[in-house]
Design a binder for this molecule. Structure first.
Ligand code: ATP
Ligand code: MG
Length: 436
């Protein structure tokens, strides 16, 4: 036998029955996005590396060390493109919005879901291929839409029964306000340079705000004593922040203000927020977002404000599991028992008709050993969880019929139905008491 190949480290297979949880979450999200009038977008997984360098920022974990970036094969002119697998979807979405001039007729509310790629140290809640669901509102400036996005995330928690998350908010103000704060922040960290770790020292002059985002407990004290950005905000920034809080309060959305919440990506301004939990260890942020009014211009578009969030699907599902939420594995409505291979043409035609009528049917098919015995097939029917077995025995087929046997109501009741008119009786399989 050939050597066994395994999945790439940090990249997971999502298999049944677990995949049912994913499908259920995706269906819930799709429905909810529709209710909030957010429209779906799908952008490519590969983008030009330059998009992420420009969009996310050169001095970020993602661009410095986490991106799967490579030089493509050269084309016939010997030119090779620098491409990267998307580490997040905001930059790609904004690129698409600009490229297709989507804001020409007014602001847009958009959402996406799909895999993202970051070369991180794999651990619980941190993978190299992971999945995000994201919502973005582009072209809106006010705190009302910031609040709408938070209400949307909150509605999702409610719809899926997630209870153990709390909302943290902060305001990053505007670039000029941040510049003032930055100078003071550098002075503070320079004074305590001995307490900074290597990342901290490196970031001291390139991106000192990010030091506040450290996960190193040894730096907790020096970070807590650092000057707070909120103290540098002007009246307009404060009014925006107040406006957001007022809407949240009116909607009974509990939150705390966390002055150290700066987010990992460079492009944010004004509102930033995270939904966090204490139940997933160090990987406690399940959803994170904020306003990024400068990003569209940074990527080459006509300036327009924007705000959005992204949630980590793996973390959300892990938290649900942690809360004990059971996943209902899908079961077919009927399991077709086919004792004789010769009857397959009729069987498949009947099952197709049932499926067209909306019935979910699983067929017993031959393995390398052929078709198993009637008894073994009935066992499989039982194990499938289907409420009914459809028995295509030779006697039944000779009469132009199929036998339906109830498998779950304890009655073991059986009845015959004609094959010539499947649509007439298909619905009886969907009702809990089909033949009394
Ligand atoms: P963290 O601080 O945990 O690294 P981040 O700030 O890098 O998160 P974002 O880029 O804001 O995360 O992504 C939004 C969400 O996507 C996160 O809150 C998290 O739920 C999820 N996420 C980010 N990176 C990963 C990963 N490597 N594996 C699984 N989920 C992730
Ligand atoms: Mg990260």
């Amino acid at each position: 036998m050939a050597d066994k190949l395994n999945a790439v480290k940090g990249m997971n297979d999502i298999l049944p029955p677990e995949s049912a949880r994913w499908e259920w979450l995706e269906a819930t999200v799709r429905e909810l996005m529709g209710r909030f009038a957010y429209r779906n977008v799908r952008t490519p997984i590969l983008e030009h590396t330059a998009l992420f360098v420009r969009g996310i920022g050169e001095v970020t974990d993602i661009v410095e060390k986490e991106m799967y970036a490579f030089e493509d094969r050269s084309d016939k002119h010997g030119q090779a493109e620098h491409l990267a697998m998307r580490p997040e979807n905001t930059a790609g979405l904004v690129r698409a919005v600009i490229e297709h001039n989507m804001l020409y007729d007014g602001p847009k509310r958009l959402w996406y879901t799909g895999p993202m790629f970051r070369r991180e140290k794999p651990q619980r809640g941190r993978y190299r291929q992971f999945h995000q669901i994201g919502a973005e509102a582009l072209g809106f400036a006010g705190p009302d839409v910031d609040a709408e996005l938070i209400l949307l995330a909150n509605a999702l928690w409610k719809a899926i029964g997630l209870t153990d998350v709390r909302l943290e908010l902060n305001s990053l103000g505007q670039p000029a306000e941040r510049a003032q704060h930055r100078a003071q922040l550098i002075a503070h960290f320079e004074q305590h340079a001995d307490k900074l770790d290597e990342d901290g020292k490196r970031r001291l002059h390139s991106n000192p705000l990010r030091i506040l985002d450290t996960k190193n407990p040894a730096m907790k004290e020096v970070v807590e004593a650092a000057p707070k950005l909120i103290d540098f905000l002007g009246a307009e920034s404060l009014a925006h922040f107040e406006g957001l809080q007022a809407i949240l309060r009116a909607n009974d959305i509990a939150f705390t203000i966390n002055p150290r919440l700066v987010r990992g990506l460079d492009y944010y301004n004004l509102s930033v927020f995270e939904f966090v939990t204490d139940r997933l260890g160090a990987q406690g942020t399940v959803c994170a977002g904020g306003r990024y009014d400068d990003l569209i211009a940074q990527i080459g578009g006509k300036p327009a404000p924007a705000v959005g969030w992204a949630m980590g699907v793996e973390r959300v599902l892990d938290l649900l599991k942690e809360q004990g939420a059971a996943v209902a594995a899908p079961v077919p409505t009927a399991y077709a028992v086919v004792p004789d291979a010769a009857s397959m043409p009729v069987v498949l035609r009947t099952l197709q008709a049932l499926r067209e009528s909306g019935v979910s049917v699983q067929m017993h098919a031959a393995t390398a050993d052929g078709l198993s015995s009637f008894k073994a097939q009935m066992k499989k029917a039982d194990a499938s969880g289907a409420p009914y077995a459809l028995i295509f025995g030779a006697d039944e087929l000779a009469r132009g019929e199929v036998t339906i046997k109830a498998l779950r109501d304890g009655s073991g009741a059986q009845t015959a139905r004609v094959l010539s008119d499947v649509a007439a009786w298909a619905a009886t399989l969907q009702s809990p008491v089909p033949f009394h």
